[in-house]
Write a protein that binds this ligand. Structure first.
Ligand SMILES: [Zn+2]
Length: 472
């Protein structure tokens, strides 16, 4: 299915390129919604096995929350978006087909306000909602076909090969294709204009946009040949800056406060820099000398570093200081519970996860922790109730599938445990492992008639996909 679509699009699109619609009109003739979603999910499976992908549920959750706040005020918000973090100190953000938007840790740390970060994300969202990527592929066919073809082949090769290394190579190509896609000036201006509207509607300071880009341009003078990655793919012209400034001038003055979560996420990233001990010393000094903009975030960072350095006693002392402030945030609640769990205080950990889960029911990272804590305490039936509830809401969450596998294993459900492991493997891009796991489950023979036939149907589906990919 995926292969057929890619080959078709490679052949047909150059022909369509001649009668491209005007910029103002959005045409979906290049990719159907379903094709784009399929390609988007395939790309994400490669991203997840890439060593640069930052597997941090808290930071990822924050980014998705911010991203969806902007998407929800965009005029075209029907699509599925996935925001993810790339562990890379350079200042960059990029959009890939299928509504996948990557943000470098360097950008998260370099932004001087949440509005600045939001302005870059809003700009990327607009490239997606305006179909700039597929239009560009269609319009500038000749030079892009080899790259698109290479990307398609690499994605397909990685599907049929369980070797993580080759999957990583494929996703390197998925990442690097973005570098080939230098957006045209018209696309840049359109993304700026729509991004600006999104910022205002979502109550961010629209001055964040001109502020950030002006600073980026100034910085680029010192880089010379190695301009920041972001400027290579989103050419910044004096026209663009002038437009942004003109728009900002007419905007009413807004004093927008950064969210606590923005501060916490940055503190979390800083706590992960350098060696654990160096991070502890640096953050302890920051707190002692009051060199922070937000004390809560500074303490949150210190506790994160203490956990990394395995100084659990100190971490609990600081955690109690943080708890005493009564400041409510899912990230704080999660960290307090993590401290208790890491220091082996099962009762306190469960208590903190449970109250966190009750106060912030929609916050997935805390649910992961809660389910793990229930399993650690041997309360498998309660864990199953939580897993089922969460999976009803988020059926494509690979982390939840892994927890479901553990839960069923603890309950002695062999088929269901292998089935869950298989689903997690499939969502992480490893169909061979998925087929192996589901086969083990079917052989275990402890499923009901319905569970068995569902598992067999799923295995046939994966086998067919895997066979098609191997041929491709
Ligand atoms: Zn751009």
């Amino acid at each position: 299915m995926l292969r057929a679509f890619l080959v078709l699009s490679l052949v047909i699109q150059p022909v369509l390129a001649a009668d491209l619609p005007d910029l103002g009109e959005v045409s979906r003739q290049y990719f159907s919604d379903q094709e784009e979603q399929t390609l988007g999910r395939a790309i994400m499976r490669d991203v997840y096995v890439d060593p640069r992908y930052l597997d941090d549920p808290e930071i990822e959750s924050y980014l998705n929350q911010l991203g969806y706040k902007l998407v929800s005020v965009s005029p075209r918000n029907q699509r599925e978006f996935t925001f993810f973090v790339v562990n890379d100190p350079s200042i960059n953000a990029f959009a890939m087909p299928g509504g996948n938007i990557g943000v470098h840790t360097g950008l998260l740390l370099a932004a001087q306000s949440e509005s600045e970060l939001a302005s870059v994300i809003a700009h990327e969202i607009s490239h997606v909602t305006q179909d700039h990527i597929s239009r560009m592929i269609a319009a500038q066919s000749q030079s892009y076909w080899p790259t698109m073809a290479a990307l398609a082949l690499a994605l397909l090769a990685s599907r049929s090969n369980p070797n993580v290394a080759s999957a990583a190579i494929a996703s390197t190509q998925a990442f690097s294709i973005q570098n080939q896609l230098n957006f045209s000036r018209d696309y840049e201006r359109e993304a700026d204009r729509l991004g600006y509207e999104m910022l205002t509607r979502a109550n961010f300071d629209p001055r964040g946009m001109s502020g950030f880009f002006t600073r980026l341009q100034r910085a680029s003078r010192f880089y010379d040949s190695s301009a920041p990655a972001y400027l290579r793919t989103h050419p910044l012209t004096s026209d663009r800056i002038a437009d942004m400034e003109a728009r900002s001038e007419s905007a009413p003055y807004l004093q927008v406060q950064d969210s606590l979560e923005f501060q916490l996420v940055r503190a979390r990233l800083r706590a992960q820099e350098n060696s654990p001990l160096d991070a502890v010393i640096a953050l302890r000094n920051t707190l002692k000398e009051k060199r922070y903009s937000d004390e809560t975030a500074a303490r949150y960072g210190l506790i994160t570093a203490l956990l990394r350095a395995r100084q659990f006693k100190e971490a609990e002392i600081e955690a109690q200081k943080l708890a005493a402030t009564k400041i409510s945030s899912p990230l704080i609640q999660q960290l307090l519970a993590n401290v208790a769990a890491a220091s082996g205080n099962q009762t306190l950990a469960l208590q903190r996860y449970q109250s966190g889960s009750a106060i912030h029911p929609g916050y997935r990272p805390i649910q992961y922790g809660y389910i793990s804590a229930l399993l650690a305490a041997g309360r498998s039936n309660e864990a199953l109730v939580q897993v089922n509830k969460q999976q009803g809401l988020y059926p494509f969450d690979r982390r939840l599938w892994r927890l479901a596998a553990q839960t069923h294993a603890q309950l002695g459900h062999r088929l269901l445990s292998h089935r869950a492991q298989a689903e997690a493997a499939a969502l992480s891009g490893n169909l061979v492992a998925a087929i192996e796991q589901i086969t083990l489950g079917i052989k275990a023979g402890d499923g009901s008639f319905h569970e068995m036939s569902a598992a067999e149907a799923r295995r046939r589906e994966w086998q067919e996909t895997e066979k098609a990919q191997r041929k491709g």
